[in-house]
Ligand binder design. Structure first.
Ligand code: SF4
Length: 224
């Protein structure tokens, strides 16, 4: 039954939100990696501004960022959060990609998913979400990235167990959807979480999947 509900939810979400144009465009793995590092604990708007500033200052390649001074990277990405840590991570990552992988992340295309995932997870500042974003967005690998919205919304919708950690949520969602839908599911659950299924005050009365949601009473609680 959960499978049927999951399918209906995806159908409604597809009709309720449009996917961003970039969703199907080819993406450079190194740039995606840098954007994802910049996005950690940072609002989208500031992530975009930090990436734009960094791109104005340097070509976003492992060589250019490995050669850059940490202070210059810091200056460029200051608009995003945690800029000191992130600038060090970006420099270390760039050096590692340059020295250990010949300046390219092309292994994500050729290696099997788990092997490529392990290699990414071994890099500084790369956690499961970052690895899964790069693998799915750039190489179309069958892994479904779980960010804070995907985690919260999938649990409220009871598509994932309420006590699941990152891997538990990922595996539960992957079992409910086809690999070709992993990217749309990721993006649409984020869209739902931002507009209606907010962390503090979910707007259940207006939520497009309210009738399919076992947690729809949460909206009443937040009305009080
Ligand atoms: S009905 Fe409420 S709790 Fe359920 S998904 Fe919508 S906003 Fe979230």
């Amino acid at each position: 039954m959960t499978e049927q509900r999951a399918t209906q939810i995806l159908h409604i979400l597809r009709n309720s939100f449009s996917l961003p144009q970039w969703a199907n465009a080819p993406k450079d793995p190194f740039q995606t990696l840098i954007i994802t590092v910049l996005s950690q604990a940072t609002a989208d708007r500031n992530t975009d501004r930090a990436f734009r500033n960094l791109s104005k200052k340097f070509p976003i390649t492992p060589k250019d960022l490995a050669d850059a001074r940490v202070e210059e990277i810091e200056e460029a990405i200051r608009v995003g959060g945690l800029f000191r840590n992130k600038s060090r991570t970006i420099k270390k990552l760039s050096r590692l990609v340059l020295e250990q992988f010949g300046g390219s992340l092309d292994f994500i295309y050729s290696l099997p998913l788990e092997e490529a995932r392990e290699m990414l997870l071994g890099m500084p500042g790369v956690g499961p979400k970052t690895a899964d974003v790069v693998l799915n967005f750039c190489a179309g690998k069958p892994t479904l990235p779980v960010d804070t919205h995907v985690n919260r919304v999938s649990k409220r919708l009871e598509l994932a167990p309420s006590d699941a950690g990152y891997e538990g949520v990922r595996v539960a969602l992957q079992a409910l959807y086809q690999p070709k839908d992993y990217l749309p599911v990721h993006l649409l659950l984020i869209a739902l979480g931002r507009k209606y299924c907010k962390a503090r005050k979910p707007v259940c009365k207006l939520c497009p999947v309210e009738t399919l949601c076992p947690s729809r009473q949460l909206g009443d609680a937040s009305d009080r």
